[in-house]
Design a protein around this ligand. Structure first.
Ligand code: FES
Ligand code: FES
Length: 269
């Protein structure tokens, strides 16, 4: 079947009974869509837009979106994501951030229909989205701020940076924007990384000339990727820096070690 995901035409072959959430996360690698209770359909963490309507993707069969336009956080413009990030971070509306991408997509659907919703309308719209650690008052404030701050034409916004003033203010959370916009990775996303790396190596090995890639080689590579991934994640938490930076440091460390060893002890590499 064909569908459009974040503006790109996709050809997919959903498995029997596969949900839209599984199609997006497992087959297409869309990480901003979170699994909070699948297949219950009761927490809203997996909310995406289907033809402009907010739906919980874990309760939607993948086959039902054939020919439709699916939009996740990755499909919003950079300015729209910045606007949501700023509103949520300023209002302190995202603590662990697991629920935030789903809430943002639900709020995005609301603001596209009603550019200046009342508080009651926001509460109604977000009734199906659960947040277990922030509390709903800051979230409602964030959505109202996004509505006020929204540029005249949603979809083609242009948001100026608020600048970085620190003295006398509460600085924003280091990883706040990443969490709000679904770029922060959680445990399940890291497992996804490992599985994706393993699958792509497996594919490579099937296409490689005989003897070039063996199963032990693949396992070694998967373990190596896994180690860098986990070590990078732990480092990023320890330094309170973005996950990508932690992985980049670990990768640089591994490459540097290999090149030093290759230079000093070529026989051991
Ligand atoms: S994961 Fe879909 S509603 Fe909870
Ligand atoms: S911020 Fe943690 S569940 Fe909402």
């Amino acid at each position: 079947m064909e569908l459009v995901v974040n503006g790109e035409k996709v050809v997919a072959e959903p498995r029997e009974g596969q949900s839209l959430l599984e199609l997006l996360r497992d087959d297409l690698g869309v990480r901003s869509v979170k699994d909070g209770c699948a297949p219950e359909g009761s927490c809203g963490a997996c909310t995406v837009l289907v033809d402009g309507r907010a739906v919980v993707s874990c309760a939607q069969k993948a086959t039902r979106v054939e020919g439709k336009h699916v939009v996740t956080q990755e499909g919003l413009s950079a300015d729209e994501r910045e606007l949501w990030a700023r509103s949520f971070v300023t209002a302190g509306a995202s603590q662990c951030g697991y629920c935030s991408p789903g809430i943002v997509m639900k709020a995005e659907a609301l603001l596209r229909r009603v550019p200046a919703p009342s508080r009651a309308a926001i509460l109604r719209a977000l009734a199906g989205n659960l947040c277990r650690c922030t509390g709903y008052q800051p979230i409602v404030r964030a959505v109202r701020a996004a509505a006020v701050d929204a540029p005249p034409a949603r979809g083609k916004p242009s948001v100026a940076s608020p600048g970085f003033r620190v003295v006398g203010t509460r600085p924003p959370r280091v990883d706040g924007a990443e969490k709000v916009t679904g770029r922060a990775l959680f445990g399940a996303d890291i497992v996804m990384n490992i599985i994706s790396a393993g699958l792509s190596l497996w594919n490579d090995s099937l296409n490689a000339p005989e003897g070039e890639a063996t199963i032990p080689t693949l396992l070694f590579l998967v373990l190596a990727v896994w180690s860098i991934d986990v070590a990078g994640f732990i480092l990023s938490r320890a330094l309170e820096r973005p996950y990508a930076l932690g992985v980049a440091i670990m990768l640089a460390y591994v490459l540097l070690s290999i090149s030093i060893r290759a230079t000093l002890f070529p026989a051991t590499v």
